[in-house]
Design a protein around this ligand. Structure first.
Ligand code: IMP
Length: 175
């Protein structure tokens, strides 16, 4: 069996702490929460339960990024976009993991072009050793070493998303 890196209890506790920060930072404001599919679905659901400020709406976006060019277009494929615009809204983007940073880099660029009042990022995990794009994570769950991890929404070759903790895959990953 693969090793547990972050237990269910640790995740629960950290999400409570992130909720406290979010509630403090957004006092008096209303939020548009955007979960990034598919990996962030569980984190989004649990973090949302800790958010006490009003949430105007919850949306999901499904994207994939490709290439390492820094050009602003053509690097992101949007499979499912937001239903309504985010102009002048306070947007909280929720991601599962920032690995090289490529996906979030392009997603932020896309969203900034839509002129939100503010945009902040919550990510459950961050792998600094893999960083290619400097990403500012406003609400970070855990910094992890360079492991391939799965569970709690993150997949292992499409599977295992339902595992309630974060596990380290001990097999080989071909990049
Ligand atoms: P980035 O664009 O390199 O930052 O990669 C982000 C995406 O790659 C995440 O949203 C995940 O879907 C996927 N990913 C990166 N590392 C892992 C991992 O360790 N386990 C599962 N998915 C991962």
């Amino acid at each position: 069996m693969d090793k547990i890196l972050i237990s269910q209890e640790q995740i629960k506790q950290r999400i409570k702490e992130l909720g406290v920060q979010i509630n403090r930072d957004y006092q008096g404001k209303e939020l548009v929460v955007v979960g990034v599919l598919t990996g962030a679905f569980m984190f989004t659901a649990d973090l949302l339960r800790e958010i006490k400020v009003p949430i105007e709406r919850l949306e999901f976006i499904s994207i994939s990024s490709y290439g390492h060019s820094t050009e602003s277009s053509g690097n992101i494929r949007v499979y499912l976009d937001l239903k309504k615009d985010i102009e002048n809204k306070h947007v909280l983007l929720i991601e599962d993991i920032v690995d090289t940073g490529l996906t979030i880099h392009h997603l932020m660029e896309l969203f900034e072009g839509r002129k939100p009042a503010t945009i902040k990022l919550a990510s459950l995990l961050y792998k600094p050793s893999r960083e290619k794009y400097k990403i500012n994570i406003d609400y970070l769950g855990f910094t992890i070493d360079n492991h391939f991890v799965y569970g709690y929404g993150l997949d292992l070759f499409g599977k295992c998303r339902q595992i309630p903790h974060i596990a380290i895959y001990s097999g080989d990953i071909k990049e």
